[in-house]
Ligand binder design. Sequence first.
Ligand SMILES: *Cc1c(COP(=O)(O)O)cnc(C)c1O
Length: 373
Amino acid sequence: MTAPFLPFTRPSIDEETIAEVANVLRSGWITSGPKVAAFEAALSDYCGGRPVRVFNSGTATLEVALRLAKVGAGDTVITTPLTWVATANVILEVGATPVFVDVDPLTRNIDLDKLEAAITPRTKAIIPVDLAGLPVDRDRLYAIANKHGLRVIEDAAQAFGASWQGKPIGNSFGNGKDFVSFSFHANKNLTTCEGGALVLPVDIDPPLCERLRLQGVQRFPDGGMDVDVLGGKFNLTDIAATIGLGQMKHIEAFTARRRELARRYFAAIDPALGLEMPVADFSNCNWHMFQVLLPAGADRGKFIAAMKLQGIGVGVHYPALHLFSLYRAMGFKEGDFPHAEDIGRRTITLPLFPAMADSDVDRVCAAITAAVR
Ligand SMILES: *Cc1c(COP(=O)(O)O)cnc(C)c1O
């Protein structure tokens, strides 16, 4: 008998949440309403009382954060080339120019030793990304940002449940002027199917954030209405918020289970295979993904096919984004960011999600050994 296919990730939605979604559907109020307000309050609580607004995607939160930070044409924004392309696309979306800084080959996050040299008078913001849920060093990051008076928009899409020095990511580690963006896409550690949240800095007016979220509309008690800014259509539904509220109850258990599974991978992957392992961080990282690098010269396509034949799904997150056609057309080329390119060519995301069994890890490791050989 063959074991069922093991995907690289799978959401865990409990029956209570499913029943609550049905209640919302029957209630007559299915789009943004009381559940959204309750979800925002729960998230704000989690983020040390900072104001939080929810959106229909993580991408929308990043775009609105850039608009709230008044980033636009003529400005540059510094980020990493080793991320989901959304991180850089939003910079283009607001008319600004992305400036990439290569990654540190160990953490696979933006190299903080190289960050300062990329700052120019045109730099308006920094978007660090916590790849795989491993937080960028917040102390070093904000020391540089504060020295240059730069706004930080943390792309913490993958870092919900991760922490920095004992406090959850989402709390302020800067001077209070930092945004934090989360994604609740189906693959993320906390999901609303699709969705996101933006943690607002002290100098940003939450009602303005709300107007940018929904057509710029402002309503008055007398029934009047005005539109003073060009807003998008980015609101989250009460159905999605209900799923998010159900997920919040489990976030600590989810993270704890992910850390256990990650530890098991470290113990079970045969060092003789020559795979490059991720940073073994079990206090800050939420283990959104467990990523190994195949040995240089290995055929990744063949490896993925061999794993699939053994009933195991693996992922690629991500090829260095400056080599996508859209970015090449802007002048970026091979050799610009050698570490990101090398990792992007060799990276493999192994299955890791809270409902996975210990025996699944062992099965993945046996399959890796067979596939590499
Ligand atoms: C998922 C993700 C996003 C975008 O989130 P969506 O909810 O899919 O729009 C942005 N940045 C990173 C690093 C991500 O992983």
